[in-house]
Structures are given as structure tokens and as C-alpha cells.
Design a protein around this ligand. Sequence first.
Ligand code: NAG
Ligand code: NAG
Length: 387
Amino acid sequence: MLLLLTLLFKELLFHGASTVGEKNQDLQVLRPHHLTTEEPLTFHLIQISSFANHSWAHTQGSGWLGELQTHRWNGVLGTIQFLWPWSRGNFSKEELKNLQALLQLYLHAFPRVVQAFASQFQFEYPFEIQISFGCRMHAGKASGSFLNGAYQGSDFLSFQGNSWKPSSGAGSQAQNVCNVLNHYRVIKEIVQILLSDTCPRFLSDLLEAGKAELERQEKPEAWVSKGHSPEPGRLLLVCHVSGFHPKPVWVMWMRGEQEQRSTQQGDIMPNADGTWYLRVTLDVAAGEVAGLACRVKHSSLEGHDIIIHLDGYSILLILICLTVIVTWVMLVMVGSWFKKRRSQHPRLQEFRKSPLLGKEIMAQKHILEEMENKPKPTLMTFVLPCT
Ligand SMILES: *[C@@H]1O[C@H](CO)[C@@H](O)[C@H](O)[C@H]1NC(C)=O
Ligand SMILES: *[C@@H]1O[C@H](CO)[C@@H](O)[C@H](O)[C@H]1NC(C)=O
């Protein structure tokens, strides 16, 4: 029980592991007027602990300012890694050292305590526990904090007001865990301090210090392609938007000014350089492709939306197809002309052997074959079958 207390103490110290509720940002993304709305900003810590059996566990910890990772827990050295020059906020060395010591203690004790209680809590190996802890700010003011725990990927419990509450749907198992946790008043008090004081102070510092990074504007690139046909006679049009920052973006398939309601938006995925990528698709009848365009709104574009028309690319494609066909016809003609000449003038046999000409033709043939086999997405081509 003492260990559990330590564990909880640690958890609290781990001042910041919480995400949740970020899904609705993705939904808002489809509305252009949200581009300018101030989103509440969060700082949260995420802990992911995997338990393979009663003697093996692994824990990862990270800190996030909104969508941007700012901290990583080095489990080998037991230290906080600051991923940006400004990741310390303006917390003093002393305070950061204390927080690091608390995290060390907590992350050391957590797996032991969980394993000790696994059978009482009916945790079945292998299992995974995720904890998110953090706070949010809106329009410069602290606007709430959270500590949520998940078991096997599902909401399990949270800290509400001054006690642990099971998540709805987590059943008697979570109730049982909360009953045990709620006995530890000191731990609850520590959690409250971390949630209501430490986290908001740190968030406000980070927001100030990391302002330039958060406000970085990167313009998206967009291109369109054809996905796998969902069924005969239909086309899946794909609009790719990549390299933008910040995350809110609006992408829609349009016919003129008409938004295509059946536009499907994927998840916004991170690129390695901290920018974002989004894929937006439209399933249309093959005959209804003309006039469609993909439209992108993003804060970095300052109102100059990117519009990619399918028509333009269809014409480009037709031109490419024509070029290929004409070149082929010419090649065939040249080929048969050579054959004829060869049979008429045996001396040309020598000429034919000239490595230069043979190579050139082969190279050209190669290029043509490549063009046929894989149209280059760099051209942002909308690829229709060349028939
Ligand atoms: C526990 O799990 C780890 C990792 O999967 C494995 O290497 C180890 O052999 C397991 N130990 C026992 C006692 O099952
Ligand atoms: C550190 O943060 C506090 C509270 O937000 C603020 O009052 C103080 O001016 C900051 N100090 C520096 C050096 O930025």
C-alpha cells in the first residue's frame, strides 16, 4: 500500500501527462472560420506503460505543448530531455530538478506497484496503461486541467475535483481501483497542486517561450491523384496537402463554388519536420470528374486559397498520352524504315551495329516504358487511364 502511495505520488509529480479531447479539433478543421479562432492550448504529459508479464514492464514518457513534443523521458538516465531551447519555460533549475527527482521516483515505483496490485485489480497480462496529465489555457487564462488513465486503450479513470472517478463504461474494475486510490489523501492533494498550480504556471511560461515556434507559418503544397477505384465506373479522387503549419487546415473537393458533401477527410498526420499532411478523398462516377477541383485554405496562405483543377490535369494527361503515342508511331516508322533499308542495302548492317544509335533508341524506349508504367506525381498529374 505504501508503494501504491509512492506510485501515486510519482504520478502526480510527473506533472503533465494528458491528452484527450483533441479529436474535436480535427472536426473544426473543416470549417474555414475556425482558422482564426484561438484554440485552447494544452500542456500535457503522456505516460505509456506496457506490462508483458509479472516481471517485465516498459514505460515511455513525453511532454507536449499542444501538438508539439517538447519533452522526452530518458528511461536509461532517468532524466528529462528538453527538446527545444525553450522547453524549460522559465522554471528555475531547482524546480526542474525537483520535478525530475519526482518523476524518477514515480516512474521507478509505478510498474512495481501496478504489478503488485495486478491480480487484485484484475489486470490481465499483457496489458497497457496510458496516463495523460495536463492543463489547458484559453485566451491567456488557465481553463482547466485533467488527469486521465486508460487501461488496454480504453478510458478507465480520471481525477475529478479532488478524487478519482471511474470512467463511464469502465465498470466495477475501475470502481475498485478508484476506491483504493481514494484512500490516499496525500496523493490526491499532490495531484491537485500539480494540476492547479504547477502545470498552468509551466504552460504559461512555455507559451511565452515557444511562441515563435508555435506561430511558425508554413505553406502547404497540394497535389491530386487517383486512388483505387471503389467499384467499376467510379473513381476515387485524392487530394494531398502537405508541409503546412500550424495544424488547422480546410480542404474540400469543389465543383465551382459548390462544396462536395461526400468529401472524406483523413486524419491529419505529422511529417518528420514538424509540419502536417492531410489526404482528402472524393468518390465520384467516372463521368462526373469534369469541373472538380480541390480547394485548400490555410492561415499561411493569407486568403489566397490553393485550387487544383482536375480539368487542367486531364488536359495535361491527354497531351502526355498524345506525345507518347506520336513518339511510338515515329519509332515504329523509323524502325521499319531501317529494316527496309537494311534489306535493300546490306552495307547498312554495319551502320545498324553502331552502338550509339542502338543505345539511343533503347534509351528512348526505356523512357517511354517508364512514362507508361508510372506517371510522375511530381507533375501533380491527375492520372486517368491512357486509353
Ligand atoms: C516476460 O516478457 C518478456 C518480454 O516479452 C520476456 O522476454 C520474458 O521472458 C517474460 N518473462 C516471463 C517470466 O514470462
Ligand atoms: C517567469 O514567469 C513568471 C510567471 O509567469 C513571470 O512573472 C516572470 O516574469 C517570468 N520570468 C522571466 C525571466 O521570464
